[in-house]
Design a protein around this ligand. Structure first.
Ligand code: UN1
Length: 499
């Protein structure tokens, strides 16, 4: 399919994606594929109004019935998987396999949320007073704003939206200005699901298109009860501060600087495959991408030459073409950030293998790069920063404690892993004295998490949790109920108060 056909197959008609001021380029060849009109601040406020109105009725719809809408969304996504996957690839440049995988992740979380809609359990609690019962109820929280990033243009929306919808919260989505087309295609999918559902309130699922200021309207409006934001630490700071100012709730999923420790007992063949997938997959533009390889000095001489040779043969190219493993970076800014980081590596005394522009003649307007391996004399400042590009920093270690200290000595705390077949080492890595990240794995890479677990991380990653486990609680308000079914009025703590 050519670019035009991909847009059409995803249901985007020419008239609705031309004529506006927001210009969308595909990173595949750098060409312009759409111009969208942005919502004005008044239009955004009107949508917030409509979302807040939808909350009034949606919160009282029984949760399993809310789950039925999410089931229908999942069904539409299944039918549209190929078309939406191709659009993800066209708009953000990840290879088609990963574009399809992202849509699968949406389907998976829909399935999860449908089951969840019958499991929004609270506790019953023993009361200290006779004839009293206590319990915890979970109620819908309110309108949920969702801010997403270019690198995962659709899945994180769905992790949030599928949960929020079954929890009784309408959603309003501000996609990255670099990838607004996928959000329009998803909106159409949701509209079809809502039509089948029948009586979903207007304003239940909305999209707003615009730049940063559009997101700021969401964070400053107290009718938006919760904002879940995925993106850079800088963006998360702004969102977190704005929400804190009005005591709004937020879920932040921000930068990562994920490491793998390769221990002497590791299965190096497996480690090699995991390293390559997690370091060059999505062209190093996942928040879970592997950025730091901490290798025991005894096996460094075996592993690194193998790694370099795999890197030299990587299939870099059009992400829509079968067989490609590394697609383009999102834009020129990303390319420049990578160049700058590699210059700093050299200034720090590091040795760079790979790096630099690729396919410049075939795609002069796009930013393909050779993924880079940077052998570092130590964990210098540049290594501690998240550069959203395929740079893999390599450091060595002697003792496991030293490796874990190095792994934890960065501001971010998203994902981490160890390759080891020594149970003592791997369990220690997962213990309280081990990795300080929200995700810690053994014998798999740091990226490619399943939806069943809670997703998110500590420190500058923002502390939020989305997706599986009990992340749903973040979208609801907890109410403690005490019911007195006796004929007395005893006070707690045995207080006497006679009138
Ligand atoms: C992101 O990069 O923002 O674990 C999310 C993973 C994916 C999600 C990444 N399931 O790599």
């Amino acid at each position: 399919m050519n670019h035009r056909e991909i847009l059409e197959a995803a249901g985007l008609r020419k008239g609705e994606i031309s004529g506006g001021t927001l210009v969308v380029h595909t990173p595949v060849d750098g060409s312009e594929i759409a111009r969208l009109s942005c919502h004005s601040p008044d239009e955004v406020r009107a949508k917030i109004n409509s979302g807040a109105a939808a909350f009034q009725s949606w919160r009282s719809v029984p949760a399993p019935r809310r789950g039925e809408l999410v089931r229908l969304i999942g069904e539409e996504l299944r039918a549209q998987k190929d078309n939406l996957g191709a659009l993800v690839t066209l708009e953000c440049g990840k290879i088609l396999q990963e574009g399809l995988g992202e849509v699968q992740e949406m389907i998976d979380i829909c399935d999860f949320a449908v089951g969840l809609s019958r499991q929004l359990y609270g506790l019953t609690i023993a009361s200290e007073r006779p004839g009293h019962s206590m319990r915890e109820s979970w109620h819908p929280l309110g309108l949920c704003g969702i801010i997403t990033a270019f690198n995962f243009p659709v899945a994180p929306w769905c992790w949030n939206a599928a949960l929020a919808l079954v929890c009784g919260d309408p959603v309003i989505w501000k996609p990255s200005e670099k990838t607004p087309l996928t959000s329009l295609a998803v909106q159409k999918i949701c509209q079809r699901a809502m039509a089948k559902f029948g009586d979903a309130p207007e304003g239940l699922i909305q999209v707003i298109t615009g730049e940063r200021e559009t997101g700021e309207i969401l964070t400053s409006d107290s009718r938006v009860a919760i904002v879940s934001a995925t993106g850079s630490t800088r963006m998360g700071h702004a969102v977190g501060m704005a929400m804190a100012r009005r005591f709004g709730r937020c879920i932040l999923e921000l930068g990562g600087n994920n490491a793998m420790i390769v221990a002497p007992s590791a299965d190096l063949e497996m480690a090699l495959r995991a390293i390559v997938f997690s370091a060059v997959g999505t062209a190093g533009q996942r928040c879970t991408s592997l950025r730091r390889l901490i290798v025991h000095e005894d096996i460094c001489g075996q592993l690194i030459p193998r790694l370099k040779s795999v890197y030299s043969g990587l299939a870099i190219g059009d992400p829509l073409a079968a067989g490609t493993l590394v697609g383009p970076l999102i834009d020129r800014d990303a390319f420049e950030a990578m160049e700058k980081a590699l210059a700093q590596v050299r200034a720090d005394g590091g040795r760079v293998h790979g790096g630099g522009r690729a396919l410049g003649n075939t795609f002069p307007e796009a930013c393909y790069v050779h993924p880079a391996i940077a052998e570092m004399p130590g964990q210098t400042e540049i290594v501690k920063r998240e550069t959203f590009a395929p740079i893999l920093y390599v450091m060595t270690y002697k003792e496991l404690d030293e490796a874990i200290a190095m792994q934890n000595d960065v501001p971010q705390g998203l994902s981490s892993c160890i390759f080891s077949t020594d149970l003592r080492e791997s369990e220690y890595f997962l213990s309280a004295a081990g990795s300080d990240c929200g995700i810690a794995n053994v014998n798999i890479g740091p990226s490619g998490a399943e939806i069943g677990g809670a997703f998110g991380g500590e420190k500058e990653t923002g502390g939020g949790r989305e997706s599986g486990s009990d992340a749903w609680r973040g979208y609801m308000r907890r109410q403690t109920n005490t019911v007195n079914y006796s004929r007395e009025l005893p006070l707690a703590q045995g207080i006497k108060f006679e009138i």
